[in-house]
Design a protein around this ligand. Structure first.
Ligand SMILES: [Zn+2]
Length: 495
């Protein structure tokens, strides 16, 4: 029993799992039909057909998402409560409203009447989708943990078993454990959901999904259709990786490209999702890596996808050309995913080291590129030999470029001009604001990000407020010098 839904009686969802491509299994209440907003789309292994459906899906999202931003309260309408691995999550469906025996689905196209059973099917399918994403993420990341543990063990003259024991070992005087300090993620499936309190299924201006402080997650109908067409939960997996504090918690998450890390595995499943592989910006570094290490030019193939534009009516797809490239594309995507797994394993062996590499080089993608360069040889210029010959021949220029780059290395970045830290600060400001603490108070105190947000997320709001207040005012335990037994004090018991 993996998920239990507490609406309309206790209902148990059993999940059927398939390796790789998942064929559609609808919850019982759906009576063999997909939920209403998936109709007209099919799950398919035909990649060109999937690519075509993805375009139609984006077009369809205009009707449920054409508003710049929804003007409604996101928690109006219907809701449901789900339990995933013992963790309760409220799911809100603001686009749906039950009136008597009819449930209306509101979009920019108007109100569509549904039966109560049709809406039950929507809820159950949604819960099943989230469950599938949790399990698939766990499956992927279990391998990363294994590899990271092995590599840490090899580097420290330990056995993998001893490393696992070390990670789980508590440090009572700090109310934490070694895993939390070393940041090697020893994962359980629940880690992909246990920080999440609310999930919204709502109109989001485009084909969007979103995570806030690893606590609130939202998906638009378009993203559910996306995962349905492809047959694997790409978008749901991506968002739940963001929601996993062991993988993307602060401060590690602030110093590396977490979009890339949440895309490397979910965006590169087989058969390749052509839309995502060729057009999703989160893969821009992997595109570069493909060119440098695999002589595979994504931009060149992308140019050949369409022949000409019909004015205002879209472009003419070059089906034959795409078909010709398919096997090479799938090979490239498979290679990227495999390399992504190795990169993540290496990164999570010593995240502190790699975020320092990013920070010093003023580039959140540096860890990815350095690890890739350590794993593969460059082949961009007609094979490895030619490429190395070129590099050696132009070693003087390479050296002066490298010197220029290194001259900036190690210099600290100004907070005011650092977009990433600004963003982190903004998030904290919004969180503090929700707790009734002004931005001025927060800024006055400055280096507020010594605090880890995953501590706050799982905490009772009153306790969080109390801690944030004492932190800002320098009262209580926060007034003491660093190194005091901060978290063991009675006033601040972290869960
Ligand atoms: Zn993301």
């Amino acid at each position: 029993m993996k998920a239990r839904m507490l609406i309309g009686g206790l209902m148990v969802i059993f999940l059927v799992f398939f390796a790789g491509n998942v064929s559609a299994e609808w919850p019982k209440v759906c009576e063999g039909q997909p939920p209403h907003y998936l109709r007209g789309f099919t799950q398919t292994n035909d990649q060109i057909d999937a690519f075509k459906q993805m375009q139609l899906n984006f077009a369809a999202s205009r009707s449920d998402s054409s508003l710049l931003r929804a003007r409604w309260a996101s928690n109006i309408g219907e809701s449901a409560t789900f339990i995933f691995y013992g963790h309760t999550v409220s799911i809100y469906f603001p686009m749906y409203q039950r009136l008597g025996n009819v449930v209306y689905y509101y979009t920019a196209a108007g109100a569509t009447p549904l039966t109560v059973e049709e809406f039950e099917c929507v809820k159950e399918d949604f819960g099943q989708w989230i469950q599938q994403a949790i399990d698939a993420n766990y499956d992927d990341h279990r391998r990363i943990t294994d590899l990271a543990v092995e590599s840490f063990a090899a580097g420290n003259n330990m056995t993998p078993d001893a490393v696992r024991k070390l990670i789980a070992r508590p440090i009572p005087e700090y109310g934490t454990n070694y895993g939390d300090v070393l940041k090697i993620p020893l994962l359980e499936p629940a880690d992909f959901i246990k920080g999440v309190k609310h999930i919204y299924f709502t109109s989001m201006s485009s084909c969007n999904a979103w995570v806030y402080l690893q606590t609130i997650v939202a998906f638009s109908p378009c993203t559910r259709r996306w995962d349905y067409i492809m047959g694997y939960p790409t978008v749901a997996k991506h968002e739940l990786i963001h929601a996993n504090a062991k993988l993307q918690g602060f401060p590690i998450g602030w110093y590396s490209n977490m979009e890339l890390f949440a895309a490397l595995l979910p965006f590169l499943e087989q058969p390749t999702d052509l839309e995502t592989f060729f057009y999703h910006g989160y893969l821009s570094k992997p595109w570069e890596a493909l060119e440098v290490f695999g002589s595979f030019d994504v931009a060149k193939i992308r140019k050949e996808f369409f022949r000409y534009d019909v004015w205002g009516g879209g472009s003419a797809m070059n089906r034959e050309v795409i078909a010709e490239y398919l096997s090479e594309i799938n090979k490239a995507a498979e290679w990227l995913r495999e390399s992504g797994l190795k990169v993540l394993a290496k990164f999570y062996t010593d995240p502190h080291f790699w975020v320092a590499v990013n920070d010093m080089s003023h580039d959140d993608d540096m860890a990815y590129m350095v690890i890739m360069a350590g794993l593969y040889e460059p082949t961009a210029l007609g094979g490895h030999d030619n490429t190395v010959r070129f590099i050696l021949k132009h070693s003087d220029q390479s050296k002066s470029i490298a010197d220029g780059a290194w001259s900036r290395v190690g210099k600290s970045r100004s907070l005011m001009f650092d977009e990433r830290r600004q963003k982190a600060l903004e998030e904290l400001v919004r969180f503090a604001d929700a707790l009734g603490i002004s931005k001025e108070e927060l800024i006055r105190k400055g280096r507020a990000y010594g605090f880890r947000s995953e501590h706050l997320e799982n905490m009772d709001l009153d306790l969080a407020r109390e801690i944030l207040r004492s932190f800002l005012s320098g009262d209580g335990v926060f007034g003491k010098p660093i190194g005091s037994k901060l978290l063991q004090e009675k006033e601040v018991r972290l869960p």
